[in-house]
Design a protein around this ligand. Structure first.
Ligand code: GCO
Ligand code: MN
Ligand code: MN
Length: 389
């Protein structure tokens, strides 16, 4: 294997404590790996060349820790960061593990649960900011239902909006330099989760009091679980100026929530995603929200983490190759050819333009005759990916 795919800090490759720290528990089986401490995870991530480590409040500080325990843990974690040079670009709250969240957090029917979720999130924001986080992710794993009999979905949205408004005001009140990134998912662990797609989340953000500080954190697996095209969701978020963070992993369509290594399953989609991110100059974190197969020990976990990074970097190189390939580029130039004849009708509306366009005679048959050469182009892309170009 070539050794030239080395990450550099500008790639901003990050992992959550919960990703390489995943012990391989699933609904049918017990853990297969013994838990690593946050300090051990920081060292593992430094070994494999990560830039940063992200965490949920309780990945780092157990939910029932005393304040003395909390201080000791945070001190030791900070020392490990200092020693390894790893950063904490993103933090988030665990609003799903504890039984109190069985009916949701910000959208739970019980006002005590909603208030507790706010309190827990304010504390977790304080912790994230203390460790340097500038992005705060909201993944509402329990914000949903198994049955619509007991909760009004519009009321739930109202509660979710109120919570985000409250928390964004809290951040401003504290003077924190922090942006929110909302992460949609269609289901798992709830039967249905509210605001299930990137598009739904983008529309919801427009209804918030401080929408300028709120964007999205799209995840490959989540759009794939819903059978959607992830790149299209990412492009829409980018276009809206809302791509604040991204969760990279992989997922077969129509399966359970798999969290596979980036590029492990849909290599072609992964290629077009990387090409998009590189072409537009996305400079946020590239967070791998995935975990190793349950078959692995910690050597396999390192193979998994290195694999995420290597695949991204290899696809980045392939994207450059695609952009420099003369045959591909001349085909694209043909496909995008424009003789300028329609220029008088393009751009902003005017009465004169509308009148002229209504009078223009189109030769529908002639326009529809030529093929688009997408077969040839796609095969060239495939051959490039297969390494024969
Ligand atoms: C999942 C989600 C989570 C979130 C994480 C950060 O499917 O479980 O992707 O991993 O990304 O909670 O907010
Ligand atoms: Mn996920
Ligand atoms: Mn995620």
């Amino acid at each position: 294997m070539s050794d030239c795919y080395q990450p550099c800090p500008e790639n901003k490759f990050t992992f959550g404590l919960w990703t390489v720290g995943n012990v391989g528990r699933d609904p049918f089986g017990e853990p297969v790996r013994s838990p690593l401490s946050p300090i051990e995870i920081v060292h593992l991530l430094a070994d494999i060349g990560a830039y940063g480590v992200n965490f949920h409040d309780n990945d780092l500080v157990p939910i029932d820790a005393t304040s003395a325990e909390r201080n000791q843990i945070i001190g030791a974690f900070k020392a490990a960061l200092q020693e390894t040079g790893l950063t904490v670009p993103m933090a988030t709250t665990n609003l799903f593990t504890d039984p109190i969240f069985r009916d949701g957090a910000f959208t739970a029917n019980d006002p005590k649960v909603r208030a507790y979720a706010l309190q827990k999130t304010m504390n977790a924001i304080d912790l994230g900011v203390e460790l340097g986080a500038q992005i705060y992710v909201f993944w509402g794993g329990r914000e949903g239902v198994e049955t619509d009999a007991g909760k009004n979905p519009q009321e739930a949205l109202k509660w979710f909006r109120e919570a985000l408004n409250f928390l964004s005001s809290y951040v401003q009140d504290q003077g924190y330099n922090l942006k929110f990134a909302l992460e949609p998912k269609p289901n798992e662990p709830r039967g249905d989760i509210y605001l299930s797609t990137v598009g739904a989340m983008l529309a919801f953000i427009e209804t918030l009091d401080h929408k300028e500080m709120v964007g999205v954190n799209p995840e490959v697996a989540h759009e794939h679980m819903a059978g959607l095209n992830f790149l299209h969701a990412v492009a829409q978020a980018w276009d809206a100026g809302k791509l604040f963070h991204i969760d990279l992993n992989d997922q077969a369509f129509g399966r359970y929530d798999q969290d596979f290594r980036f590029g492990a399953h849909n290599l072609k989609s992964a290629f077009f995603l990387v090409k998009f991110l590189e072409d537009v100059g996305y400079d946020g974190n590239r967070h791998f929200d995935a975990h190793a197969y349950r078959s692995e020990d910690y050597e396999g976990v390192k193979d998994f983490a290195r694999g995420c990074i290597r695949t991204y970097l290899i696809l980045q190189e392939k994207a450059k190759q695609f952009n420099a390939d003369t045959e591909i580029q001349s085909l694209l130039a043909e496909i995008h050819a424009d003789d300028g004849a329609m220029a008088p009708y393009q751009g902003a509306y005017s009465t004169a333009k509308a009148t002229a366009l209504k009078q223009h005679v189109f030769d529908r048959r002639a326009i529809s005759q030529p093929g688009h050469a997408y077969e040839r182009l796609d095969q060239l892309a495939i051959e490039l990916l297969l390494g024969v170009r």
